[in-house]
Ligand binder design. Structure first.
Ligand code: SAM
Length: 280
């Protein structure tokens, strides 16, 4: 299924419902339906899938997801001003759009979805990283979702897909790539949005692996990585001091060098260190 719907253009929707963008809610809208359809397609085949969308706003991406054949879209929007515009979309796609007027950070979204689930969103920048980390760190793996297709500021997208040794490599890269394949699928200039943000954006597509690349306890790995990258450019033994009493021995037992910097350590190395620490 593919195509643009017959609902009014988004500029008319915004004018009709008085949806002036609010900076406090990270509102930079996508009004080009060809572009929102392209983002929806970059999530892969949506037919037969439930899609969770965070922050539908006036519904440009929502319309793309429905037109591209999503079985159902569950759209979570904090700004009640957007609800009438979203109700018009729901009426055009009977039984396929559920709108929840809620803060995505407070919501038990899993209760509203049936697998297979894809998460697709032009995220509010102020909550994007927090939501990503939550989606990447559920108590069990594989997670309820099969893939994440998410818009970020370009700099955050680069951090998610970064490789060891580069400036952007850090906690986000390790958490994302430990259990997912992650790639940037589209870049967008500020002018693609209304109003334009100050920086460029990019869409990242993450596919959940059936199991993590290397064994490690998720909580221990998260603690190690958070501490290792807390102060950049520090040697591992200094950065991880205090994590466990004999950290230098654990670093060596994991096959790492205490004078290495976190930026140089591959995901495999952090997992080996997490296993050494978890072994007690
Ligand atoms: N998806 C629309 C688009 O592409 O044009 C809007 C994207 S805009 C960048 C972010 C949207 O997220 C806004 O509609 C905003 O109201 C909503 N939002 C901001 N914080 C939120 C939160 N904590 N929970 C749910 N929605 C939120």
């Amino acid at each position: 299924m593919s195509g643009i719907d017959t609902l009014p253009p988004l500029r008319e929707v915004i004018a009709a419902h008085g949806l002036s963008a609010r900076k406090s809610l990270g509102q930079n809208f996508l009004l080009d339906l060809n572009l929102t359809a392209k983002i929806a397609r970059s999530a892969g085949d949506l037919t037969g899938c439930d899609v969770l969308e965070i922050g539908p706003g006036p519904g440009g991406l929502t319309r793309g997801l429905l037109a591209e054949g999503a079985r159902r879209v569950v759209a979570v929007e904090k700004d009640a001003r957007c609800l009438p515009a979203l109700a018009e979309i729901a009426a055009a796609y009977p039984g396929r759009l559920e709108v929840l007027n809620a803060d995505a950070l407070d919501l038990d979204w899993a209760a509203h979805l049936q697998p297979p689930v894809k998460i697709v969103a032009n995220l509010p920048y102020n909550v994007g990283t927090e939501l990503l980390v939550r989606w990447l760190t559920p108590p069990v793996w594989p997670p309820l979702w099969d893939s994440l297709t998410l818009m970020f500021q370009r700099e955050v997208a680069d951090r998610i897909v970064a490789r060891p040794g580069g400036k952007a490599y850090g906690r986000l890269a390790v958490l994302a790539q430990w259990r997912c394949d992650a790639r940037v699928v589209m870049g967008l200039p500020p002018e693609a949005f209304t109003p334009p943000p100050k920086v460029s954006s990019a869409v990242v597509h993450l596919t959940a692996l059936p199991q993590p690349r290397y064994p490690a306890d998720p909580d221990v790995l998260q603690r190690v990585v958070a501490k290792a990258f807390n102060q950049r450019r520090k040697m591992l033994r200094a950065a991880l001091k205090g994590l466990v009493p004999d950290i230098e021995a654990r670093i060596l037992a994991a096959g790492l060098t205490p004078t290495d910097r976190a930026e140089q350590v591959p995901i495999e190395g952090f997992c080996a260190l997490a296993r050494q620490i978890a072994a007690g």
